[in-house]
Ligand binder design. Structure first.
Ligand code: PNW
Length: 468
C-alpha cells in the first residue's frame, strides 16, 4: 500500500470536515447537578470492582463547568466540527416524561458557543448513558426501551433541532449490547448472550424509531448512526480459521450493518446464534423501521481482529458458561500478531481503515461516510509543561493516510473526527488510559495540548498532510 507511505504530501478534498469527538459521561462530570439523575454508568462505576481503581465520571474533565474554555480550545485547534453526545438523564431525568430545561440549556449554550466559533455541532443522542430507571425496567433487552429512546429523540429534536444539522442516533451499539449485556465489562454489567442479542435488536429498533421522529419534525436534518467496525482476518487460510472469521465478522459487523443498511439479519449469523437466541423478539415490521433511509454513516475505527478456529479438542460447553461478548462463538480464538500495539493493547493497523471504509461503501451503501472516531491511547508525561506524544501523532498520521487512500479509491469519505479532544473517563479503564489530543491534569483540570494537537491543527489549516 504505497499510498500509506509516511512523508508524502496529501491534500484532502475541499470541504472535508475535520473534527474531534467526546461523549457526555466521559467528560462532563457534574453528575448530580442541574437536575441530572443517574445513568447505568453512574451505577456501574460506583459498584465495587467494576472500573479500574473505582474511578467514576462524577467529575471527569469537569466540562460541564468549563465548556466555554473547551470550545475556545477547539477553535484554537481550528476544528471545523465537534462531535459530542447528550446525556439522556440530564435532559430527561429518569428517562421518561418532561424535559429538564436546565439540562437542555447546557446543550443549547454548547451549541451556540460552537456556532459562534464557526464550529459545526455533530450531536450523538446515545453514547451509553441509559437512565437507570429504564435499566431497572429491563434495559435494552426490553422492547419498551426502544420506544423510550424515540421519545427522548423527539424531546432533543424539539429543543435543538433548529440549530443542529448533523445527528447520529447511537454510538457503537455493539458495545452497548455485547459489552453491556454479554461480557458485562461495560454498564449495566449483565452477562447473558440472549439478552445481548435482544439488546442489539432493540437498540437498532430505537435507532429506527428515532429516525422516524427526527425526520418528521426536522426534515432538513442529516441523520446517521455510528458503528464500530473491524476487519476480521483469519489467522491462516485453514477452513476452520476462515469460518471463525466469518462468525466474528457476523457478530461484530454484520449484526448491525445488515439490518440497518439492508433490512435483514444475515442467515449465517442467526444460525450461529441458534443455541443462544431464536430471534423471537424480532416482530414483523421491525426490520423495515430499522432500515429507514439515512443521510450518512459514521464509522469508528481502532483496530483489526485476527481470529482462529477453536482449540482442537476443547469442550465447547466449557466456553459457553463464561461471560462473553461473542455469544455463540465464545470458543473462537483471538490471535495477536506481534505488531505494535497502543496502551489498550489494540494492534495498530491503518490499512484496516481503508479496508473497512471500502467494504461499507462497496457492500452496503453509496451514502457519505464519516470516520466518527479514530485514535489511540498512549502513556503521556508532562515535561516542562509540555506533552510530547509522537506515537499518537504517528497513529493519526497513518490513519489519515489510510482515509486519504480510501478517498482515492472512490469512497465518499467526507470527514474525520479524532478520538478524543480531551483525555477522559475511558469507561472500565477509568482515567488510566489517555486518548486525548489535549492532556488533562485531573488534579487541577488544566488542559495541555499535546504535540499531536498542534500537528492536527496544522493538518486542518492546510487541509491535508505536509511532506516530511
Ligand atoms: C469507543 N472494544 O469505545 C467509544 O465510542 C469511546 O467512548 C471510547 O472512549 C473509545 O472507543 C476508546 O475505547 C470502545 O472493547 C470500547 O472493542 C471498547 C471497544 C471498542 C470501542
Amino acid at each position: 500500500l504505497g499510498l500509506l507511505d509516511p512523508g508524502r504530501e496529501l491534500a484532502f478534498p475541499p470541504g472535508f470536515r475535520w473534527g474531534a469527538a467526546t461523549a457526555a459521561y466521559q467528560i462532563e462530570g457534574a453528575a448530580r447537578e442541574g437536575g441530572r439523575t443517574p445513568s447505568i454508568w453512574d451505577t456501574f462505576s460506583h459498584t465495587e470492582g467494576r472500573t479500574v481503581a473505582g474511578h467514576t465520571g462524577d467529575v471527569a474533565c469537569d466540562h460541564y463547568h468549563r465548556m466555554p474554555d473547551d470550545v475556545r480550545l477547539m477553535a484554537e485547534l481550528g476544528l471545523t466540527s465537534y462531535r459530542f453526545s447528550i446525556s439522556w438523564p440530564r435532559v430527561q431525568p429518569g428517562g421518561a416524561g418532561a424535559a429538564n430545561q436546565e439540562g437542555l440549556d447546557f446543550y443549547r449554550r454548547l451549541v451556540d458557543e460552537l456556532l459562534a466559533h464557526g464550529i459545526e455541532p455533530w450531536l450523538t443522542l446515545y453514547h451509553w448513558d441509559l437512565p437507570q430507571p429504564l435499566e431497572d425496567a429491563g434495559g435494552w433487552p426490553a422492547r419498551d426501551t426502544a420506544g423510550r429512546f424515540a421519545d427522548y429523540a423527539q424531546l432533543v429534536a424539539d429543543a435543538l433541532g433548529d440549530r443542529v444539522r448533523h445527528w447520529t442516533t447511537l454510538n457503537e451499539p455493539w458495545c452497548s449490547a455485547f459489552l453491556g449485556y454479554g461480557s458485562g465489562v461495560h454498564a449495566p454489567g449483565r452477562s447473558d448472550g440472549a439478552d445481548a442479542v435482544r439488546a442489539g435488536h432493540h437498540l437498532m429498533l430505537g435507532h429506527g424509531l428515532a429516525v422516524q421522529a427526527l425526520r418528521a419534525s426536522r426534515p432538513e436534518a442529516q441523520l446517521g448512526i455510528t458503528l464500530n467496525l473491524y476487519p476480521v482476518t483469519p489467522a491462516t487460510d485453514a477452513d476452520g480459521d476462515i469460518d471463525a472469521a466469518r462468525r466474528i465478522d457476523g457478530l461484530a459487523n454484520r449484526f448491525f450493518l445488515d439490518p440497518v443498511l439492508r433490512g435483514w439479519y444475515p442467515t449465517d449469523l442467526t444460525a450461529d446464534l441458534r443455541r443462544v437466541s431464536d430471534f423471537g423478539h424480532v416482530r414483523d415490521g421491525d426490520l423495515e423501521i430499522i432500515s429507514a433511509p439515512l443521510d450518512l454513516v459514521g464509522v469508528n475505527y481502532y483496530s483489526r481482529h485476527v481470529v482462529a478456529a477453536p482449540m482442537p479438542g476443547a469442550e465447547p460447553e466449557a466456553y459457553w458458561r463464561a461471560p462473553s461478548c461473542w455469544p455463540g462463538s465464545e470458543d473462537v480464538r483471538f490471535v495477536t500478531r506481534g505488531v505494535p500495539v497502543t496502551d489498550m493493547d489494540w494492534e495498530i493497523d491503518a490499512p484496516g481503515l481503508v479496508e473497512t471504509l471500502q467494504r461499507v461503501h462497496r457492500d452496503y451503501t453509496d451514502l457519505p461516510l464519516y470516520v466518527t472516531e479514530n485514535g489511540s491511547a498512549f502513556v503521556d508525561r508532562v515535561v516542562d509543561g509540555r506533552v510530547d506524544d509522537p506515537e499518537r501523532l504517528a497513529y493519526f498520521d497513518a490513519h489519515l493516510r489510510a482515509a486519504h487512500a480510501a478517498i482515492s479509491a472512490g469512497v465518499p469519505l467526507k470527514g474525520y473526527f479524532a478520538w478524543s479532544l480531551l483525555d477522559n473517563f475511558e469507561w472500565a479503564w477509568g482515567y488510566t488510559k489517555r486518548f486525548g489530543m489535549v492532556y488533562v491534569d485531573y488534579d487541577n483540570q488544566a488542559r495541555i495540548p499535546k504535540s499531536s494537537a498542534r500537528w492536527y491543527a496544522d493538518v486542518i489549516r492546510r487541509n491535508g498532510l505536509a511532506a516530511q
